[in-house]
Design a protein around this ligand. Structure first.
Ligand SMILES: C[S@@+](CC[C@H](N)C(=O)[O-])C[C@H]1O[C@@H](n2cnc3c(N)ncnc32)[C@H](O)[C@@H]1O
Length: 341
């Protein structure tokens, strides 16, 4: 495994888990069940769920080697916990390698953790000067510096517009191209200054660099592709009655979860509606999930007051039915684990 740089271990590492009460309730873990936490972070959900139900196997995954390092330490304290270095899109392979055919709960708490933002060395923050990295998995992939110093202007503008929802994306991309012709852009501070030179501070006081940094972070970590693949992997792994619980923090993520669950939870139309020569289309496929909440849950007021990050959180949860996942071979069966239905 990738060695964790000591400077990343010695700095504060607190992360307040968001909507923990609601996550514990939606996951509703019973004795003997298997849980995959695809975004282990600092183990806030792991501690909460294992406190509530100590008799379960809790498989934490994180693509950040520093989070896995902390997880390894925590697993010495909490029996039932194990933490693996992997992206959640890889959860099927990890779980199968552990000799399991299915699990009862999959939890995802998207985005970055507070320690990742707080540590200038990680390069996520425009508020702290550091190397322009932004990779959650520092052991592989391309950094934000690689992207801003090599991507074509139109592609850069598209990334900043699509993932950052920055209306002045073209101006930002132009300014980046001009600046990098002087010298490569290697720090968060320099990139933030470049953005601030062409995007003005809005009335809400939000830093003009916020949206560009978000766009680059989502691109560098392929966050939306990860989410799409992670949801499909969860569908493939969950046993009948298993619960999928996803907490999102912005509309791009929530839209993907909402659309996924909408199609998977739609009841196929009555077959009689089709004429014999008409073929089933995708929407006619079997229902693999039942929604546990029609509208997303939001954090309660006391939590939003205590933790501003909770203000934008949305929780969607659904229960797996007993039909095969959409991506499975036609004759595949969903493996029972004795989960309650
Ligand atoms: C919001 S934090 C999770 C915090 C955690 N629930 C807690 O209470 O401590 C998100 C974590 O998920 C990780 N992460 C984000 N996307 C991931 C992915 N696609 N695969 C694996 N880990 C991911 C990040 O590295 C980060 O540590």
């Amino acid at each position: 495994m990738f060695a964790v740089p000591p400077e990343l271990i010695d700095t504060p590492h607190e992360h307040d888990p968001v909507m923990l009460r609601e996550v514990i309730a939606a996951a509703s873990v019973s004795a003997g069940e298997r849980v995959v936490d695809g975004t282990f972070g600092r183990g806030g959900y792991a501690r909460g769920i294992l406190h509530h139900q100590p008799d379960c196997r809790y498989i934490g995954l994180d693509r950040d080697p520093v989070a896995v390092h902390y997880g390894d330490g925590l697993s010495q304290e909490l029996s039932g916990l194990e933490v693996h270095h992997a992206a959640f899109s890889e959860m099927e392979a990890v779980v199968r390698r552990l000799g399991l055919e299915s699990v009862d709960v999959v939890v995802l708490d998207l985005g970055v953790s507070s320690p990742q933002i707080d540590q200038a060395e990680r390069g996520f923050s425009f508020g702290k000067d550091g190397p322009l990295d932004m990779r959650m998995d520092t052991s592989r992939g391309v950094s934000a510096a690689d992207v801003v110093n090599s991507m074509a202007e139109t592609d850069l503008a598209n990334v900043i517009y699509k993932y950052g929802e920055e209306r002045r994306s073209r101006a930002v991309a132009r300014a980046i191209i001009e600046a990098r012709s002087d010298a490569p852009i290697e720090t968060t501070g320099r990139l933030a200054e470049i953005v601030r030179s062409v995007v003005w501070r809005a009335k809400d006081g939000i830093d003009p660099a916020t949206r560009t940094f978000q766009g680059l972070r989502i691109h560098v970590n392929d966050e939306l592709g990860e989410l799409e693949r992670g949801l499909e992997a969860a569908e493939a792994l969950l046993a009948p009655g298993g619960r999928l619980v996803v907490v999102t923090f912005h509309s791009l993520e929530d839209r993907i979860v909402k659309a996924f669950l909408k199609t998977r939870a739609a009841k196929p139309a009555a077959k009689g509606r089709l004429m014999p020569w008409e073929e089933d289309d995708e929407d006619e496929r079997a229902q693999t999930f039942i929604l546990l909440n029609k509208k997303p849950l939001e954090a309660q007021r006391d939590e939003c007051r205590a933790n501003p990050r909770a203000r934008s959180a949305k929780l969607r949860a659904a229960q797996r039915t007993d039909v095969a996942a959409w991506g499975a071979a036609p004759d595949a069966e969903v493996k029972q684990t004795g989960a309650k239905l």
